[in-house]
Design a protein around this ligand. Structure first.
Ligand SMILES: NC(=O)CCC(=O)C(=O)O
Length: 295
């Protein structure tokens, strides 16, 4: 069987310090992505809402149409900036997420754009599970006041390497999404995300390691840097976890770049040692058996 990850890959997570100025965020993202590729990164990831502050009141103000007709750089500056940057940096670029305006349906989404090293759009993922929580005395957040959810699992082929699954932040809490992406052959599950000071401490690392051990795949969570002057304080701690759920690298809360070398042999070694991939009993749980590997 062909390896899930066909050749070694250097992954970089840019834990970006973001602010209210969209053009400045885009320029800053550019310099950090170029820094990552100057260190040899082949795949670079940006955080959730990297071009705007994170909060329901900001989504409509910062939202862009993705591919307006006729094409317009003015209407979709982040789309164009990411495409150009992937080409300039010669890397696969998982462009975190941005607030998107879908003109046809008149709805807002939290959307990832992923580009190849030629600047070609490979995938869009609209956050499937919206972040609606209410922990009394701690945090209340309701993305669904403004955003609509996406409806699909995103698995994208990086030619020459293999497939990755892409989802956004709160999506990580839903093992079903990760499981289907892994069963479709993803060697890596990537989540641009922005947990907070309450749930970050509780669950950020746990979720990353859980998705890795469930699926015996690499997992990457990429946060913005923490800004205590912002309305929403991101947890930070961007991390890369290996297929045996070991944390390979983890940042603190400040701006930085996390790197790790991913290797297909490691996935095979882990799956050979603990062969849950061949031990599943879909006859006992047929309701989760539909997503066949390769489909
Ligand atoms: N931006 C988000 O989806 C936040 C998710 C989060 O903090 C969580 O605990 O889940």
């Amino acid at each position: 069987m062909a390896k899930l990850l066909q050749k070694p890959l250097k992954l970089a997570l840019v834990q970006l310090a973001t602010g209210a100025d969209k053009a400045a965020n885009l320029a800053h993202a550019r310099s950090k992505v170029l820094e990552a590729t100057s260190k040899g990164a082949n795949l670079v990831v940006l955080p959730e809402c990297f071009n705007s502050p994170y909060g329901t009141k900001y989504f409509p103000k910062y939202a862009e149409e993705l591919q307006p007709s006729p094409p317009s750089e003015e209407k979709s500056p982040s789309f164009h900036a990411l495409s150009k940057l992937a080409k300039e940096a010669r890397c696969f670029l998982v462009g975190g997420s941005i607030p998107e305006y879908g003109k046809k349906e008149d709805k807002y989404y939290n959307t990832n754009l992923t580009f190849d090293p030629e600047g070609k759009l490979l995938a869009t993922h609209r956050k499937v599970h919206l972040f609606d929580i209410d922990i009394p005395g701690k945090i209340k957040f309701k993305e669904s006041e403004v955003l609509s959810p996406g409806n699909q699992i995103t698995v994208v082929d990086l030619p020459g390497y293999g497939k990755i699954g892409i989802a956004i932040c709160y999506d990580v809490r839903f093992p079903e999404l990760a499981m289907v992406a892994a069963r479709k052959g993803a060697f890596l599950l990537v989540y641009p995300g922005a947990f907070n000071l309450t749930t970050g401490e509780l669950h950020w690392t746990l979720q990353a390691r859980a998705r890795a051990v469930d699926n015996q795949s690499y997992v990457a969570l990429c946060s913005p840097a923490r800004d205590m002057n912002a309305d929403y304080n991101a947890w930070g701690h961007s991390m890369i976890v290996d297929p045996n759920a070991l944390v390979l690298t983890e940042l603190d809360e400040k701006e930085g770049i996390a790197y790790a070398d991913l290797n297909g042999d490691r996935i095979e070694e882990v799956r050979k040692g603990i062969p849950i991939y061949t031990q599943r009993r879909f006859d006992v749980y047929p309701d989760v058996s539909e997503a066949k590997v390769g489909s």
